[in-house]
Design a protein around this ligand. Structure first.
Ligand SMILES: [Zn+2]
Length: 267
């Protein structure tokens, strides 16, 4: 069974620190391959407590879209769990260069436990087992950050992680399922905040025309506005399928046979 599971849906500092939503990123399974994306705070404990349990020793890889704490704080313990305490040399770590070099978030003594480390760069292709993906242009975020396009079947997936909006975004992420990290309800304007808002999401959806959009990684203004209501307003306004992820939401990539079935997904 292929699926993507939202281990946590918190984004930015306050929602993560107060754990108003769980944090911890996403678990992607395609065929027999398991990839953890952005193991933020609580990733390990949420996996072990999830129903059915997700066992980190079955992971084939871990990917960091960038090194900010809400995306990476559990990366070391997840490497240890994936490699069974380093007893089994296995797994791939994908991360931008600055997550490994200056002020690194991955401990050096753990890196030898991994089968390999692959540095994420702009516009490059990567593979782990049955999962093929590529990066796009570097995001406008304070640290080196990449969104990804997954060549999954029967539906391709794009993940737009944290960034300030830039005009090329809609053209870079054309996956049928579009996962967007939307921290802010209102536009950031001139504020020094490198995050997407709902206005940006509208622009991206109109340009990228995904078959299903999933909002996640919510900051405080999104939580207060009730993400499921924001999603339903977006649906009405744009006439496109939008859902708000909740902690533990699992999207079965095979069962979602056609867009006609997607309205069955609950908010
Ligand atoms: Zn973030």
């Amino acid at each position: 069974m292929s699926f993507i599971k939202f281990i946590g849906t918190a984004g930015a500092r306050f929602v993560v620190m107060k754990q108003l939503r769980a944090s911890g990123g996403m678990w992607l399974k395609v065929g027999k391959t398991n990839l953890y994306i952005d193991p933020g705070p609580g990733a390990l404990i949420r996996c072990l407590h999830s129903k059915p349990k997700l066992d980190p020793s079955t992971l084939d890889g871990i990917l960091l879209t960038h090194k900010h704490l809400d995306h990476s704080s559990d990366v070391n313990v997840m490497i240890e769990a994936m490699t069974e305490g380093g007893l089994k040399r296995r797994g791939v770590l994908f991360a931008p260069g600055d997550a490994l070099e200056e002020d690194p978030v991955v401990l050096k003594y753990l890196r030898g436990y991994l089968e390999r480390v692959e540095i994420l760069k702009e516009n490059s292709d990567y593979r782990v087992g049955e999962i093929f993906f590529s990066t796009a242009k570097r995001h406008n975020h304070r640290v080196e950050t990449y969104g990804i396009n997954l060549m999954t079947s029967p539906h391709t997936i794009s993940i737009i992680t944290d960034t300030r909006f830039f005009p090329e975004i809609p053209g870079l992420y054309r996956g049928e399922i579009l996962i967007i990290h939307v921290v802010r309800l209102k536009p950031v304007g001139e504020e020094p905040i490198d995050h997407l808002s709902i206005e940006d999401v509208k622009t991206i959806m109109r340009g990228a025309k995904p078959k299903l959009t999933i909002l996640t990684h919510f900051g405080m203004t999104m939580i207060k506005a009730k993400p499921w209501e924001v999603a339903s307003d977006l649906e009405k306004e744009l006439g496109m399928r939008v859902i708000a992820a909740s902690d533990g939401l699992q999207i079965d990539l095979e069962k979602i046979g056609s867009p006609e079935e997607w309205p069955l997904l609950s908010h």
